[in-house]
Design a protein around this ligand. Structure first.
Ligand code: PMP
Length: 361
């Protein structure tokens, strides 16, 4: 089976095997050593000397954590959105009482840093900027370095959804001055769902000290205290089995080396785009900003996308994703993050080529 959705992603056998280990006391020494080790390795992948905290939950939980730990009701926030996940970030902030200004860009295109600059200039009271690094719903990677440079001209807090990029696409958290970055284990990490990771800069902790949004389960200060004062613990019961898996997957990532992992995703992304074009299909996204972890493809004229995805799944063992939000029924997507090679993409493209004529009405 080729599971090629943008998460959960397939896990290597060794990673799955790691999960068969017996449970351990999450307040004991063995778990403490595991948490310390995994945290150290994560800091390497996030490329940060700041804190990385591991939460039991999914990426959306980490997005909520990023917001409630740094903001107060009434705070002005600029939400830069290029798709469904960008909109979700804005919705979370709004739900918790932030005064959200939405800066949306056409789906399939990246955010324009100059437009972000204008928006920030026009509203000097803005406190934080929310932005998605890799927009999974449209298959676009934003130029985060350029956006960050603009945000930092105004000395604002930069909060980034790196759910479908960190570990697959370069996001050097410290170099790009990202104050809070979030991701989740079921994406490029080659691990199952269950854990979310959040990095916090010094500036983010300063914001934490003043943040008044309600928080309990997601209190990152509490998570930090449990690491530092209780010998590497988590405040609440962690997803122990996912920790086993993530620890092993991180060893694999380190063996391959981060730069080679990023380079592999560049090759795989290119193979996906070339493969799609080679069978006469059209890419949805602006190619100059096309994501190397997910490829969005326009639904071809006369093809029933539901039928196409069903045929691929049932007759070819290839599982792809449909469109999300307002793109439902209009595009479909190939996920290629984590444990993936060009050969996997070759199989997906061959299956698509064979299934397409059958899905034409
Ligand atoms: N942001 C992005 C960019 C994502 O791709 C996803 C998951 N597809 C999420 C947020 C939400 O993560 P989760 O489904 O783990 O809550």
């Amino acid at each position: 089976m080729q599971l090629r959705i943008p998460g959960p992603t397939p896990c290597p056998d060794e990673v799955l095997q790691a999960m068969t280990k017996q449970m351990i006391n999450h307040r004991g020494k063995e778990f403490g050593a595991l948490l310390r080790q995994v945290t150290q390795q994560l800091k390497g992948v996030f490329q940060t000397k700041g804190d990385v905290l591991i939460l039991t939950g999914s990426g959306t939980g980490a997005m909520e954590a990023a917001i409630v730990n740094t903001l107060s009701p009434g705070d002005k926030v600029l939400s830069v959105s290029i798709g469904d996940f960008g909109d979700r970030f804005a919705n979370i902030a709004q739900q918790f009482g932030a005064e959200v200004k939405r800066l949306g860009f056409e789906w399939g295109t990246p955010a324009d840093p100059e437009t972000v600059r204008k928006a920030l200039k026009s509203d000097p009271a803005t406190k934080a900027v929310l932005v998605t690094h890799n927009e999974t719903s449209t298959g676009i990677t934003n130029d985060l370095a350029a956006i960050s440079a603009v945000v930092k001209e105004f000395d604002l807090l930069l909060i980034v959804d790196g759910v479908s990029s960190i570990s697959s696409i370069d996001l050097p958290v410290d170099d790009w001055q990202v104050d809070v970055a979030v991701t989740a284990s079921q994406k490029g990490w080659m691990a199952p769902p269950g854990l979310a990771m959040v990095s916090m800069s010094q500036k983010a902790w300063q914001a934490y000290a003043k943040a008044k949004m309600p928080r309990f389960y997601w209190d990152l200060g509490k998570a930090k205290r449990f690491v530092e004062e209780k010998g590497n613990q988590t405040p609440w019961t962690p997803a122990v089995s996912t920790f086993y898996a993530l620890a092993l997957a991180l060893d694999m990532l380190e063996r391959e080396t981060l730069s080679k992992v990023f380079a592999r995703h560049v090759r795989v992304g290119k193979a996906a785009r070339e493969g799609i074009r080679s069978i006469g299909l059209s890419l949805f996204a602006n190619e100059a900003y096309a994501s190397n972890t997910v490829t969005a493809i326009k639904g071809p004229e006369g093809v029933d996308l539901k039928k196409l995805l069903q045929l691929l799944r049932e007759d070819y063992g290839v599982v792809l994703a449909g469109g999300q939000g307002k793109l439902d029924g209009k595009i479909f997507r190939i996920g290629h993050m984590g444990w993936v090679t060009e050969a996997d993409i070759g199989e997906v493209v061959a299956a698509l080529k064979a299934a397409l004529p059958q899905a034409r009405s």
